[in-house]
Design a binder for this molecule. Structure first.
Ligand code: ACM
Ligand code: ZN
Length: 763
């Protein structure tokens, strides 16, 4: 590897085309694709052969004809349809059991043969056929000779949508379903109620929507930002039962089952505002305008459970699917502890604690759903006081809840925040629209493995699949929604359909290109952040080694410095790394021929005494927020202030920062500046205590500073610690105390606090 100065390098790179590909651009990638030379003109197809008296296939065949753009054609109904000599589109029904989603699609000079066991299979074959036509960009009227055999790995391939924080019209929901079905996803988890709005008409309790669907104002920006103020406009809407039926029918035609979610016992402010008698205190309550977790939850008394059962009866009657989601996440127990009626239930049921009270509550609801012929799904907190019989668990706080549930022989749907929360940032660029936080880029989603290796073969069977979650606190409109969901949902769709041995990120992004064009043609603006340039840094005796991370496609990197005399764009072909050892601003971007792909990186390197030196951490950052490793703490790049997560912040879950820096030789310094993030609404707490030690030998450390940080509502706490006198040392140790377990009164109660650390600057 060559290392030169920033002004003399960059970048290898070939000029081959992005579009070169062997496989047709079908996503998710089918199980088997065998291309044979040659192609057939779809316009020559004049006959559609269908099985006798099968209205469902006849209806599907009309969709095929539309996709193929067939002009004139005739239907031929046969007992056992087979390929005829003249060019035709033939539908064959197979008789394999438990293979409803299986299909084969064969294109020869005779036309197209589609075989499946069930309308689902024929529907998925149609999606593949559509993409096969699209991927022939030169001429969509020709199909290559091919044999495709296909079926999914996972039975549950889901997308979630929160319509409580922001409401989305039925047209937007339909578009959401269209896109899901294009990528063969089959469960739509519709989050219909929350603190900020009740969005489903319940005829027996009209105030749920008359009162509960409307809030006074909406939080704008993060609570931990100075700009976390409230928009004053009243906000609200809901779906009538007629509209919901229309959406259910729409989903059914796309082979998508809808899972409605009615949140309980927490996230219930909107319901309680409408019917305060079902809370512990009796209210008054209001529909929340801010985001977060709220103390007021449903009381566990019999009348509250009666109310929820009545609501669920209507919901069960409306939705034909087998699952009903009852929430169960983030339930503060404060009100229950102080409530005489809840305490009566604790005594009556002989419960040991309030987790068991929650389990009792969920169990009652589960029995009711069972009696309605339904299955209960809940977020992983429903494990806490014992799982209700037959409950399916959605594992969102990592995969551990899913692992425990599978071990207890309960079905699991994986959606850990680390890989499946599409409300997170997907790029490091400061140009990204506001997001809730985190960092989940396309490659990370694609790397998700829904089935944890720690499970036995038997236990693994309980992992039904996974889903992408779209919480909409920071997603106010449809454009933003599709930008956040796509293309991440496409990556997840492939993870869930295609065998893991066939998953290859580079191949995926090559196929994705044709899909990006499709979105553009259809005027749906989605994110191309996967084409942004990234970087990592490494320690080096002479400075900070800087390496670009290129998108997984061919192209070249261009770099520009902001020094006027060097402000011209320079492209370098040779290496993809260089050494930084003086302050510099620079920009870099990735381009193919004359076209810039993704967004530019703009970076400001500030050299300091620790930059590029060695650093050891006693406690590793969480795998959820690893930054780019410990080195990112002393690489001369400040962590961005607009968000936590990404390559410059590390996140420690419950652990202290305990960093030892080796400066390589004795150095003199006086000022230490450290970036900490403060976002209590995201369970991130800046440290309140900080100690600094020096050592000559790396063995014996002397405390030189004990610093109490003032509690502050600031987002970035960046104490500049000025020592009384210049200090000489080779080793420096910094210990910042984690806030620890979060108590009842603060956001994240009962969880370990996060400690986020950015740059440690030594001068
Ligand atoms: C969740 O994200 N509170 C399930
Ligand atoms: Zn109560």
């Amino acid at each position: 590897m060559k290392i030169k100065s920033v002004f003399f390098i960059i970048c290898s790179l070939l000029f081959s085309t992005v579009f070169a590909q062997n496989d047709p651009a079908i996503i998710p990638k089918p199980k088997s694709v065998k291309l044979a030379g040659g192609n057939v003109s779809v316009q020559d197809i004049a006959t559609i052969v269908i099985p006798k008296k099968n209205a469902e296939i006849k209806k599907l065949a009309l969709d095929y004809a539309k996709v193929l753009g067939l002009g004139k054609y005739t239907f031929s109904e046969q007992e056992k349809p087979a390929f005829a000599k003249s060019k035709s589109l033939v539908f064959q029904i197979l008789l394999q059991e438990n293979k409803a989603e299986y299909y084969t699609l064969t294109v020869t000079k005779n036309g197209i043969l589609v075989s499946a066991n069930d309308p689902k299979g024929f529907f998925y074959a149609l999606q593949s056929l559509t993409q096969l036509l699209e991927s022939n960009q030169a001429n969509e009227k020709f199909l290559p000779f091919v044999v495709i055999e296909d079926e999914p790995v996972f039975g549950y391939r889901g997308m979630h949508l929160d319509v409580a924080r922001h409401f989305f019209s039925t047209d937007v929901v339909k578009q959401y379903l269209d896109l899901m079905s294009r990528y063969k996803m089959n469960y739509f988890h519709w989050h219909l109620t929350d603190d900020q709005g009740w969005r489903i008409e319940i005829k027996k309790f009209p105030k749920l929507t008359e009162v509960g669907a409307y809030r006074k104002g909406t939080q704008l920006g993060h609570a931990h930002d100075a700009k976390g103020q409230k928009g004053q406009e009243d906000y609200g809407s809901y779906y009538t039962q007629e509209e919901i039926k229309e959406i259910i029918q729409y989903a059914k035609e796309r082979h998508i089952e809808i899972i409605p979610e009615i949140e309980m016992p927490g996230h219930s402010s909107a319901a309680l505002a409408a019917y305060p008698e079902f809370g512990c205190t009796g209210g008054p309550y209001h529909v929340e305008s801010n985001w977060g977790v709220f103390k007021d939850v449903f009381c566990t008394k019999d009348t509250s459970i009666w109310f929820l059962k009545e609501v669920l009866t209507e919901v069960c009657d409306l939705f034909p699917g087998k699952y009903i989601h009852i929430g169960g996440d983030e339930v503060p127990k404060e009100r229950w502890k102080a409530c005489p009626r809840c305490q009566t239930i604790v005594k009556r049921q002989g419960l040991k604690n309030h987790d068991e009270l929650q389990s009792y509550f969920i169990e009652q609801i589960g029995i009711h759903l069972f009696n309605q012929g339904k299955k209960l799904i809940g977020w992983d907190e429903i494990l806490e006081g014992g799982l209700a019989a037959n409950a399916t668990v959605m594992s969102w706080r990592g995969t551990q809840g899913g692992i425990e549930s599978a071990k207890q022989r309960h079905d699991v749907i994986m959606c850990p925040g680390s890989h499946c929360y599409f409300d997170h940032y997907q790029s490091e660029s400061i140009k990204e629209p506001l997001a809730i936080g985190g960092y989940t880029n396309l490659e990370k989603v694609y790397a998700f493995q829904p089935v944890p290796e720690v499970l036995s073969k038997e236990e693994k069977k309980y992992i039904l699949g996974a889903q992408g979650n779209l919480w909409t606190e920071y997603i106010p409109n449809a454009n933003h929604l599709f930008y956040m969901a796509y293309p991440r949902a496409i990556a997840l769709a492939e993870v869930l359909w295609t065998a893991s041995s066939e998953l290859n990120y580079k191949g995926f992004t090559e196929r994705l290109n044709s899909h990006m064009l499709w979105f553009k043609k259809n005027k749906i603006e989605i994110s191309n952040a996967y084409l942004d340039l990234g970087y990592i840094t490494k320690s080096n005796p002479n400075g900070v080694e800087f390496h670009f991370i290129k998108p997984p496609i061919d192209g070249r990197i261009l770099i520009e410095t902001e020094k006027p005399e060097e402000g011209i764009v320079q492209e370098y072909a040779e290496a993809d790394s260089f050494l930084l050892n003086q302050n510099v601003d620079f920009g870099a971007w990735f381009q193919l021929q004359d076209k810039t792909l993704g967004r530019a990186l703009r970076l400001n390197f500030q050299n300091h005494l620790a930059a590029g030196k060695n650093i050891q951490l006693k406690y590793n950052p969480s795998i959820k927020y690893p930054g780019s490793g410990a080195q990112c703490l002393i690489n001369g790049f400040s962590a961005p202030t607009h968000k936590f997560g990404g390559s410059e912040w590390i996140g420690l879950e419950g652990d202290d920062l305990h960093a030892t820096i080796d400066l390589g030789a004795e150095k003199e310094f006086q000022t230490i500046t450290i970036q900490f993030y403060q976002a209590n609404d995201s369970w991130i707490y800046a440290p309140e205590e900080l100690k600094i030690y020096t050592s000559k030998d790396g063995e014996k450390f002397d405390e030189i500073y004990d610093y109490k940080l003032p509690l502050s509502a600031m987002k970035i706490i960046s104490p500049e610690i000025k020592l009384n006198q210049k200090t000489k040392s080779r080793y420096l140790r910094i210990v910042a105390k984690n806030h620890g377990m979060i108590d009842e009164t603060l956001p994240g109660a009962g969880h370990k606090a996060w400690l986020f650390v950015g740059e440690i600057k030594l001068e």
